[in-house]
Design a protein around this ligand. Sequence first.
Ligand code: NAD
Length: 343
Amino acid sequence: AAAHGRAFDTARARAKELALEIEEHRERYYVKDAPTVSDAEFDALMRELEDIEDRFPELRDPDSPTQHVGGGVDTELFAEVVHAERMYSLDNSFSREELDDWAARVNRGLGRKPARYLCELKIDGLAVNLTYEHGRLVRAATRGDGHTGEDITANVRTIADIPARLAGTGHPARVDIRGEVFIPVEAFRQLNESLVEAGKNPFANPRNSAAGSLRQKDPQVTAQRPLHMLVHGIAAWQPEDGGEGTEASSQSEVYAQLETWGLPTSEYFRVVKTMDEVHDYIDFYGEHRHDVLHEIDGVVVKVDELDEQYELGFTSRAPRWAMAFKYPPEEVTTTLLDIRVNV
Ligand code: NAD
């Protein structure tokens, strides 16, 4: 380390400063539902830290915010739930080149091109895990730090989209279903209007309104909020004794399966074969992002084949088989600082 000299010392000091600042923002965003900077500003801090760690890999400490999932548990409000399988974040790309670099890493990891890519919208809500045993909803939890989340079962039971019992047959003994809880853009506008009329503070954005509405001590408050969910993954699948695992061999088949069980899946996903088609999808929703019912902050590209996902695996923070593409922010949300955020 000494060999790096002054540049290294400066980088180390800045990395420490950034790590502290990032963890503070995460606490405000995930636990308090009261961010004080825009997502773009937050992403810029993360990017700066990643750049420093790329230049000086010895600064990439396992405790660095770049190496773990952001979030925590508000133990005053909720009981803790240890996830049967970890909940991950997603790596971000901000340009065509960065996304193509990911595709190249996938090709190297597999030793070939993946069979297909699944493109879907990145829903700007909060991540929730639903546990079903023998087709019954037994628990719902927030992501927390990825290992341990918050028990929000009573709150989630008030959301009409989420079935208490799965439809159809062939339910596993136990399965975790992952998705995003959100408030549609139009409902968000109306909710804020009614909050202002009632002399209360409006929410800063739809993501915040969803998190603030779901993470309530009193589920009666949650019940009055226009919350919806879309599911986008499964984990910790345990078949019935003597039963089979999932018959699905791809992400898109998983969605078809979840749909037959009456779970809310997105209508916006598309399965394609080439990165050119992935870019077409990104361009299309870049132009039509406001025609979608829910707020999106980008697109998620996944390797569709489950065997290929398994081969690629995870880093400490995110799957290697998926990548988020973030659209450039549309306006500078400096006004966020002036808005008192509701909790
Ligand atoms: P992320 O939101 O960028 O990506 C991971 C999450 O995306 C997953 O947990 C998953 O639930 C969700 N997701 C949405 N649609 C999905 C889909 N179709 N398929 C799979 N997953 C999908 O990662 P993150 O680690 O939760 O947080 C980073 C985000 O939060 C950034 O946008 C960042 O700007 C914002 N943030 C902001 C602040 C702030 O202070 N403003 C603080 C922390 C984080």
